[in-house]
Design a binder for this molecule. Structure first.
Ligand code: 5GP
Length: 138
């Protein structure tokens, strides 16, 4: 598998080299809002240490990230009074991955809703408001 690229966009977010709307962090993981949200409250959870995806992650990285995914899953349920949560994760380009630092998508869902199409920039003020709701629900 291709080596981890330390200049991928999420590595830059981790180092604070590009801005992000952070909602939660602990020693091992970071959660921040997706800038092209496919649902209100769409966020991403990443490990703070490098790995491309599930295929090269250590069990420790996976355990840490899944703990935060579960915590944030509960937070978005509460923040958006949601009926469910979609967790998405892609591995390598052929698997749908675009950013090569392990990440899990957490998307609150309402009964009968549809995810918005990918690739459309969100309204940053609205995303900031949603992030605040999630922080309050953690
Ligand atoms: P994936 O690799 O799972 O297919 O998709 C990467 C995700 O990262 C997409 O949902 C995309 O909207 C999001 N994304 C790409 N660039 C940035 C960025 O600079 N900041 C944030 N917050 N999200 C990003």
């Amino acid at each position: 598998m291709t080596a981890y690229d330390p200049d991928n966009i999420f590595a830059k977010i981790l180092r604070g080299e590009i801005p992000s709307t952070r909602v939660y962090e602990d020693d091992d993981t970071l959660a921040f809002m997706d800038i092209m949200p496919r649902a209100d409250g769409h966020l991403l959870v990443i490990p703070k240490t490098p790995c491309r995806n599930v295929l090269d992650a250590t069990p420790e990285q996976l355990a840490a990230v899944m703990g935060t995914v579960q915590r944030l899953g509960h937070a978005v349920l509460k923040a958006f009074d949601a009926d469910g949560v979609t967790i998405q994760q892609f591995n390598e380009a052929a698997g749908g991955q675009e950013v090569f630092h392990l990440h899990f998508h957490v998307l609150p869902r309402q009964e009968g809703d549809r995810l918005r199409p990918p690739g459309k920039m969100g309204d940053m003020e609205e995303i900031a408001r949603q992030a605040e709701k999630i922080r309050s629900a953690i």
